[in-house]
Design a protein around this ligand. Sequence first.
Ligand code: CP
Length: 329
Amino acid sequence: MSSMLRGRHFITTQEFAKDEIDLMLELSSDLKRRFAVGELTPWLLYKTVFMIFFDESTRTRNSIEAGITQLGGHAHFLNPKVMQTAHGEVARDTAMILSRFGHAIAVRHCAYKIGNAYLRELAKYSSVPILNLQDDYYHPMQVLADIMTIREKFGQNTRGLKVTISWAYAESHLKPLSVPQSQILLFPRYGLDVTLAYPEGFDLMPEIVEQAKKNAEENGTKFEIVHDMDEAFKDADIVIPKSWGGFFISDDPKKIMEETRKHKDWICTPERMKLAKKHAIYMHALPADRGREVVNEVIDGPQSVVIDEAENRLHTAKAVMALTMGGRP
Ligand code: CP
């Protein structure tokens, strides 16, 4: 492994070796400790990250913006409406110009069948790292924080833990596939047994599921798909019930929502939590649809680790920026 991830695009954890991800996690924990004691970490002094948000964000925007400031640099918050993207400027030109001005381009673009392609196009022409802040396929910043949180709660050896990644009902919007897809890809590489649960029709992308199964096989872990939330929760150590859009049901969002409404019973309740192990933790990338994906009693209850999970977004974002944007003094 090279400790030097400088200049690398961070679009999916799948493109990084396990020891490179270990390095990101070790640095995240190191940065967390330093932040806790108020130690300054000006490792990216005067460096600029351009953040382009095609979609809304609370955690991702603020973890990057606060993170780069804490590393001594600066973030520009952009969205396509304030850029010439609104007048049709192509990704190639945006990438080449912003590369000349700063040190990384970080992008959230979740539009289904568009977002990842946009990031890949930027990556083709950018001479600085492209950092994926969530697209339609992947949310690598989130899954790093997730595995960091799991290791904090269960210890570094996570082999044999059962993680249930379950669809849940929501109405706020058709949530991207990127969080569960990133989780099924990365968790087997850390020895976790994955149970993926969803109502018939709410599939994830087949090529990503295939890759996840391959990851499980290579790492000697279990990977199963079930269509019953209760069955999925049984004996789980970690439950992650979260909605995603049924993008294979129809191209019409109204039709997907009609189908979604048939599954209001896919909700995380205290009764369901009792099916999991006594020590089981409840996770969610947030924002959660309260009263739909999960009831308050669970998300605000003793098994919930969502605030720790969200905090870890800061430390992991800083680690990724320090490693990809950093350089020798
Ligand atoms: N989990 C997550 O990405 O949160 P935001 O959408 O608020 O950035």
